[in-house]
Design a protein around this ligand. Structure first.
Ligand code: PHE
Length: 357
């Protein structure tokens, strides 16, 4: 213990004279590191009698803290003077001419969302947004997908632990926005809700994050005829084809009854896909009449209101309309891809001028 005072001044001097961050780190390791001098001294305490051990332990602990503080202070000082010398010695030539940056481009997802909003907007739909991080009620239960329902398996997603214990999840579809709309608005209304969706899926035709647009039209006497008219009108305008033969195939969704998948006619000619021509069918969206249980789940009287809903995948719509062959390329952030498939920033879609120009 008699030597401790001397050791202290010696180590403090070493810290003060460390000329750069690397030298300081060497001093730190030699002092407080695993085999450092203070660490070794601490280990040797075990050999002392209990009384002496306690006293020596206190002294060493205080020294350890003092040295750690001194090292930190020296580190801050070295960092500051380092920055100051750089500022004093380096310079930027602000007179150099700018490098010409090519203009940015609108991503096809953004473009197609804007087109879809323009079309439904002209039909009187308002745009709503919901959170990407949803709760179980909005994503599943309110949509008539109870905990044990097999549809949950097809919607495997990313779960987040929360402090309250109730799990939150990344929404697997935009349908929870239907529920949020019903909770917030008084019918009648027409809304669409574009946005990101997530599932535990990753292969050639699935990315873990993708986009959908949800649609909901709720009124007193909305029926399947309105659904068909509205969606047929939509595909004609979206694909800019005067007449697109369409069919509604019976399907199943827990939150609609009856449910259907909508197919549009297409022709495949030598690798080219033509929407609207005969020969083949292509599925483009899911739809149906809002299930009475869903209305009841949000406190609406199923005897008084009925509505229809639909959900459409945006990537798929973009691939079909603009001939983009590979889904995964959407999210690779390859500028060459964006220059090829992207849209000019001022190319705002308008129904009068034609959507794709
Ligand atoms: N949410 C469904 C899906 O992601 C699509 C859908 C929406 C179907 C609305 C019917 C009505 O597969």
């Amino acid at each position: 213990m008699e030597d401790v005072g001397q050791l202290r001044s010696q180590l403090l001097a070493e810290i003060a004279s460390a000329g750069d961050l690397a030298a300081l780190e060497q001093v730190r390791v030699a002092t407080l590191g695993k085999k450092g001098r203070i660490t070794e001294l601490m280990k040797s305490l075990g050999a002392l009698a209990p009384e002496a051990r306690r006293a020596a332990g206190q002294v060493l602990n205080a020294l350890k803290t003092e040295l750690a503080d001194a090292i930190e202070a020296r580190r801050a000082e070295l960092e500051r003077t380092g920055l100051e010398t750089r500022l004093a010695t380096e310079s930027i030539d602000a007179t150099l001419p700018a490098r010409p940056e090519p203009a940015g481009a609108i991503h096809p997802i953004t473009q197609v969302m804007a087109e879809i909003i323009a079309i439904f907007g002209a039909m009187g739909f308002d745009v709503l947004e919901g959170p990407d991080i949803e709760d179980d009620f909005h994503n599943f239960t309110a949509l008539n997908i109870p905990p044990e329902h097999p549809a949950r398996q097809m919607h495997d997603t990313f779960y987040l632990a929360t402090a309250e214990g109730a799990s939150k999840l990344l929404r697997t579809h935009t349908s929870p926005v239907q529920i949020r709309a019903m909770q917030a608005l008084k019918p009648p209304y027409r809304i669409i809700a574009p946005g990101r969706t997530y599932r535990c899926d990753s292969d050639i035709t699935h990315t873990p994050m993708f986009h959908q647009v949800e649609g909901l039209w709720l009124d007193r006497a909305t029926h399947m005829g309105h659904l068909k008219g509205c969606l047929i009108d939509f595909v004609r305008r979206f694909f800019e084809v005067g007449d697109v033969p369409a069919r509604f195939r019976p399907s199943f969704f827990p939150f609609t009854e009856p449910s259907a998948e909508m197919d549009v006619a297409c022709a495949r000619e030598g690798g080219e896909l033509r929407i609207g021509a005969g020969g083949d069918w292509l599925e483009i969206l899911g739809c149906g009449m809002v299930h009475p249980k869903v209305l009841a789940n949000v406190g609406l009287d199923p005897e008084a209101y009925q509505g229809f809903a639909f959900g459409l995948g945006i990537e798929r719509a973009a691939m079909l309309k603009y001939g983009i062959p590979d889904l995964r390329t959407f999210f690779e952030s390859d500028l060459r891809w964006l220059r090829h498939y992207g849209f000019a920033a001022l190319d705002v879609p308008s129904l009068v001028e034609g959507l794709s120009r």
